[in-house]
Design a protein around this ligand. Structure first.
Ligand code: ADP
Length: 167
């Protein structure tokens, strides 16, 4: 598997699947989630609503992942995963690792060969970037998956530098 780091906007990536740092409601939010829904259009939300009704009445649990159409995005699918909110009192690293693992498992089910990830939980959910980068890279490296390219799409220079250091 090839791991690539790019600085940019995840909604612009020409990959099979983009991963959304969603919240458990699956009904949209800020950050990556807001950008994906704005740019991808209403079809994504429509499928998210259907998933809530059919499978996730109480919301998508933290650490799990589920796919929808990507609407008008260049990608074919959006894989929604719910990162943990960072906590100083409790180690939630395993849940963050699970987001990466489960997203790749869903990508395999879809037959996605190229997948773009944001730095899950490092925005509104407050995870320190260096630690988030370490968990992201070590988990993806160790994953057993048919995905051939994982592209980390980092929004700013500081995030990109943190991933570079960790890689
Ligand atoms: P979370 O709630 O999981 O913390 P956020 O969307 O708030 O999710 O942030 C996750 C990371 O994604 C942050 O580092 C943020 O700077 C970054 N980010 C925000 N918008 C985009 C975008 N359009 N493309 C790529 N990364 C983004």
């Amino acid at each position: 598997m090839e791991i690539r780091l790019v600085q940019g906007d995840i909604t612009e990536q020409d990959v099979d699947a983009v991963v959304n740092a969603a919240n458990s409601s699956l009904l949209g939010g800020g950050g990556v989630d807001g950008a994906i829904h704005r740019r991808g259009g209403p079809e994504i939300l429509q499928e998210c609503r259907a998933l809530r009704a059919s499978h996730y009445g109480a919301g998508l649990p933290t650490g799990q992942a589920v796919a929808t159409t990507a609407g008008r995005l260049p990608a074919r699918w959006v894989i929604h995963t719910v990162g943990p909110v960072h906590s100083a009192a409790e180690d939630r690293s395993e849940l963050l690792a699970s987001c990466y693992r489960e997203s790749l498992r869903v990508a395999d089910e879809l037959g996605a060969a190229t997948v773009a990830f944001p730095a899950i939980s490092t925005g509104i959910y407050g995870w320190p970037m260096d630690d988030g980068a370490r968990i992201a890279l070590s988990t993806v490296r160790r994953a057993s998956t048919s995905v051939v390219e994982v592209r980390f799409v980092l929004f700013d220079a500081a995030a990109h530098a943190a991933f570079e250091r960790s890689l």
